[in-house]
Ligand binder design. Structure first.
Ligand code: 13P
Length: 296
């Protein structure tokens, strides 16, 4: 059961009352961790790559092509239903290339655009993507980014605007800003479920929560009740990955290593396999919280 349409995936989640995790990968280890976690819990999953924190020069020159091939192969070999997203792309050109390269969902980072401009850019994206049978996740509102390096101001999603945005753009899903915070490494965000409820009354497309790492566990059931069908997760996976590598390499002496075993063997001694397994455990835990375990 490889690639399925985003529509099918979201409809199943809506019918049965669960959400699907989009677990953002950055290399082959993390991609495999996500797929294995989904297979071991018998869960549908969204795989893919984020484009907002990577070097745009790398992405435009060859990154997009690499990622597309990797994801397509992973989806083809998967034992559970998979969607394959190109997330937070920065330009319409990247979006169009992603669609042609076979991603079956695309999401443009339009958080910096004012309402009318957001509608016109997103509408163009939808027109292009839909012509290839690719779904589009739109974004209305702006999430604050933790860490202090980027803009930390939030613009919460307005229910009335959300209705107009979805109607005029034709997006297949909507990313909402309800207090969720991007890239939190400590603590949890304070989320406004009342606002989500109002958006849900106005709009019927599936909702997406970015900033899954900092989303409070106790708010997950209500979020699903009021239309959230997809959680985006990244930071907590990267933290687990690098933490494991630090732990496993801190006492190593380079001259005493079985270097072939430790780097790239994919056997138990491989440091990166150990890190992959840590990421897998994190993803499995979240799959259970989102209720998608056993739904494949
Ligand atoms: P976190 O890294 O905060 O989990 O968010 C990831 C995300 O929203 C990717 O779109």
């Amino acid at each position: 059961m490889p690639l399925i349409t985003f529509k099918e995936m979201m409809e199943d989640a809506g019918r049965k009352g669960y959400a699907v995790g989009y677990f953002e990968s950055w290399n082959l280890n993390s991609l495999e961790a996500v797929l294995e976690a989904a297979e071991e819990t018998n869960s549908p999953v969204i795989i893919g790559f984020g484009c907002s924190v990577v070097s745009q020069e790398w992405l435009d020159r060859r990154g997009l092509d690499y990622l597309a091939v990797l994801g397509r192969a992973a989806a083809r070999k998967s034992l559970v239903p998979v969607c394959y997203i190109l997330n937070e792309i920065q330009t319409l050109e990247q979006m169009e290339r992603g669609v042609r390269l076979g991603f079956n969902v695309v999401m443009m980072d339009t958080s910096g655009l004012e309402f009318k401009k957001n509608i016109s850019v997103t509408r163009r994206a939808v027109r292009t993507a839909h012509a290839y049978g690719t779904a589009v996740e739109g974004e209305l509102g702006k999430l604050p980014t933790a860490g202090g390096k980027e803009d930390s101001s939030a613009e919460l999603t307005d229910p009335g605007q959300a209705e107009e945005f979805v109607r005029r753009t034709g997006v297949d899903a909507l990313s909402v800003s309800i207090g969720n915070v991007h890239l939190l490494t400590e603590g949890k965000a304070q989320v406004d479920i009342e606002r989500l409820k109002k958006i849900h009354e106005a709009v019927k497309v599936p909702f997406v929560i970015h900033g899954g790492t900092g989303f409070p566990d106790e708010a997950i059931p209500d979020a699903i009740r009021f239309g959230v069908r997809k959680f985006n997760v990244g930071t907590v996976m990267k933290k687990a990955y690098i933490d494991e590598i630090i732990k496993r390499t801190s006492g190593m002496e380079i001259d005493k290593l079985d270097i072939q075993a430790v780097v790239g063997s994919r056997k138990d001694e491989d440091v990166f396999t150990k890190a992959k397994n840590r990421v897998k455990d994190v993803v499995k835990g979240l799959i259970k919280k989102y209720g998608s375990a056993g739904q494949a």
